[in-house]
Design a protein around this ligand. Structure first.
Ligand code: 1CP
Length: 322
């Protein structure tokens, strides 16, 4: 078990460390990346650490003018919407992200037997930030490009997939022992559109990552109707949000695919009795799955009490040790 966003704003030690350091500066400083990655591992008995970084870091590393604004998220100064702008997106090289290689290498030796999970954004989600210029509810400009100019769309997906692969390769080369592709916002697409416009690129990503011989997790939010396709892309594990019970999800994915998830992060804001009951229900639903990684259905909410996360970690470990 581990938690998406186990590092970050729910932890007072994170808030104080980050107080005077902008998000992207913190992500480019190996000392801060290491400390923030280790904070939740010290607090909780989680089975894995997740690298502290952000899905937009590789985009900044290839020269895109972007920032992560407090209370908003990633903001791109000049959104990419024209074929010419797409054609200028270059491949990511390991030399663009020396701080990742350094932080991962040092983390892996400090973490000892606790595995470090590396991650990258999936191509649809990265495209959405680039095209919309920031967080978006409906991803309408992104979908408009996808519907109106499939050649430019495919070129964009090809370039972003290359960046995703390069970012993950760098992390695995430095010692990360599993990877998660966060294509968080693909749930905005119908199954037919996902199949046509994203799946070929997701397949390419997982095929390329296959040679790295580390477990590969594929995650998105609101993907109940897409679980079969996320699995068809070829990961070892599909991450499921809280909308679909794990026993149902197990029927939607390919054989021999493990599942990750899927307690609703908002449950952690309810009294402990509710957390306990819901966590037990997730474990019961996971029984028919072929391998289960306990996690939330999405990231830990900033207002979550870390003591509840600690208690949940103990509960899951006690229950699964039986
Ligand atoms: O000031 C702050 O503390 C900024 C908050 C924050 C943090 C802690 C952002 C801005 N990114 C991060 C770190 C981060 N981002 C991690 C760290 C590791 C961990 O999980 O503990 C990870 C895995 C991400 C990945 C990420 N960034 C995703 C995919 C995961 C998800 O939430 O679906 C996405 C969509 C982003 C974009 C992003 N970065 C930050 C925010 C607030 C957002 C989302 C904005 C939006 O709603 O579109």
């Amino acid at each position: 078990m581990w938690f998406m966003r186990q590092a970050g704003r729910s932890l007072p030690e994170y808030r104080s460390l980050r107080a005077d350091v902008p998000m992207l500066d913190a992500c480019a400083r190996p000392d801060m990346v290491k400390e923030i990655t280790l904070q939740p591992v010290r607090r909780y008995d989680v089975d894995a650490a997740i690298l502290f970084s952000d899905i937009v870091m590789p985009l900044r590393a290839i020269g895109i003018d972007l920032d992560i604004k407090p209370g908003i998220g990633p903001v791109v100064a000049e959104p990419i919407r024209e074929p010419d702008a797409v054609a200028q997106l270059r491949q990511l090289e390991p030399d663009d992200i020396p701080y990742i290689t350094e932080a991962v290498g040092e983390l892996v030796s400090e973490l000892d037997s606790t595995p470090l999970i590396g991650f990258a954004g999936g191509p649809f989600t990265l495209a959405s930030y680039l095209i919309e210029g920031g967080p978006s509810k409906n991803h309408e400009r992104t979908k408009a490009l996808m519907y109106s100019d499939p050649d430019t769309w495919d070129d964009l997906m090809r370039r972003l997939s290359g960046i995703t692969i390069a970012f993950l390769r760098t992390q695995v080369a430095a010692g990360a022992s599993a990877v998660q592709v966060f294509d968080s916002w693909v749930g905005a697409l119908s199954a037919a559109d996902y199949r046509r416009s994203v799946l070929p690129f997701a397949k390419h990503i997982f095929r390329e990552l296959g040679s790295l011989e580390v477990p590969r997790i594929h995650f998105g939010v609101g993907t109940g109707e897409l679980l079969g396709l996320l699995s068809e892309a070829g990961p070892d594990v599909v991450g499921v949000d809280w909308r679909v019970p794990l026993d149902t999800a197990a029927q939607r994915v390919q054989p021999h695919t493990a599942l990750q998830g899927n307690l609703d992060p908002a449950v952690l804001l309810a009294p402990w009795e509710v957390v306990e009951e819901r966590a037990r229900a997730v474990l019961a639903d996971a029984e028919p799955t072929e391998g289960h990684i306990f996690n939330l259905g999405h990231g830990v909410l900033p207002e979550t009490d870390p003591d509840v996360v600690a208690r949940l970690t103990e509960l899951v470990h006690t229950e699964t040790a039986r």
